[in-house]
Design a protein around this ligand. Structure first.
Ligand SMILES: CC(C)(COP(=O)(O)OP(=O)(O)OC[C@H]1O[C@@H](n2cnc3c(N)ncnc32)[C@H](O)[C@@H]1OP(=O)(O)O)[C@@H](O)C(=O)NCCC(=O)NCCS
Length: 233
């Protein structure tokens, strides 16, 4: 009886894993999750899981030659936001002064953007990662739809690696939704290693966070965030 029960549990678990993998591969799960998050207020109900990844900054050599990668000043960011090149939905937080904005161009065409953070980092407003001095975060990346799958995302990663390595940084951290298939594929293409999964369940203002042996339930807010203390391998 016990053996049958265990067998059944194992079947349920493996079927769940298979369904999760298939949905992730098709991209539908991420689309469904984003749609639900738009309809249901986050404090009421939200379930998400993020991969915390890292990549040592090596001496990468840029591969694509006919593009320009520009580090933008706050005034230039303001201009790009005003002209609608950087939109809040695609490059969230670009106007925040603590965010470092890079943009990629081919001729006159805008190809994509990469937003970085150098001090502390909040992938979600109630969650904070403190960074070491030699770490930098690749926060938000965007490649225009017509240019996806051509290696521009990995190329931006290599270009920032080159820049930050020379500035004394040693690791880049990335936080990616487990259902964001394209971003995970890109991270794999670049060589990020997965450190841990952060699971977040929010219901009626309470937040449960499970990450790397730490499980906490509380009313986390931007002022009193959950701080993930250890992100190093
Ligand atoms: C995630 C993102 C930046 C990746 O950039 P990219 O330049 O397309 O990266 P890559 O060239 O390495 O492609 C990654 C995967 O996307 C897939 N892809 C997605 N859309 C594609 C398209 N329209 N055409 C071809 N491939 C596509 C590719 O199959 C590729 O996987 P593969 O290497 O197994 O073939 C880009 O898809 C994007 O801007 N997405 C929307 C914003 C987002 O989710 N950002 C990440 C969160 S911070």
């Amino acid at each position: 009886m016990v053996r049958e029960g265990l067998w059944l549990l194992d079947r349920v678990r493996s079927t769940g894993e298979r369904v999760h993998r298939k949905l992730g591969e098709s991209g539908w799960a991420y689309t469904a999750q984003l749609s639900l998050q738009r309809v249901i207020p986050g404090w009421l109900l939200d379930v998400s899981a993020l991969w915390l990844c890292q990549r040592p900054l090596g001496e990468d050599v840029p591969e694509i030659v006919d593009v320009e990668f520009l580090l933008r000043s706050p005034a230039e960011v303001g201009d790009l936001v005003a002209r609608g090149v950087l939109r809040e939905k695609l490059a969230p937080g670009a106007s925040d002064p603590s965010v470092i904005v890079w943009t990629l161009h081919r001729g006159l065409d805008f190809v994509g953007s990469f937003l970085m953070k150098e001090v502390s980092y909040s992938p979600l407003h109630f969650l904070r990662l403190d960074l070491d001095e030699d770490e930098v975060v690749g926060d938000e990346m965007y490649v225009v739809p017509g240019c996806r799958g051509q290696g521009f995302g990995p190329h931006m990663n290599r270009l920032v690696a080159h820049h930050y390595r020379r500035a004394g940084k040693r690791r880049v951290i990335s936080v990616v939704d487990v259902l964001n298939r394209n971003a995970l594929r890109m991270d794999e293409n670049v060589g990020y290693q997965r450190l841990t999964m952060i699971v977040i369940v929010r219901f009626f203002g309470l937040t449960l966070v499970v990450a790397r042996g730490q499980t906490r339930l509380g009313r986390f807010t931007a002022k009193r965030p959950f701080v993930l203390s250890t992100v190093r391998s």
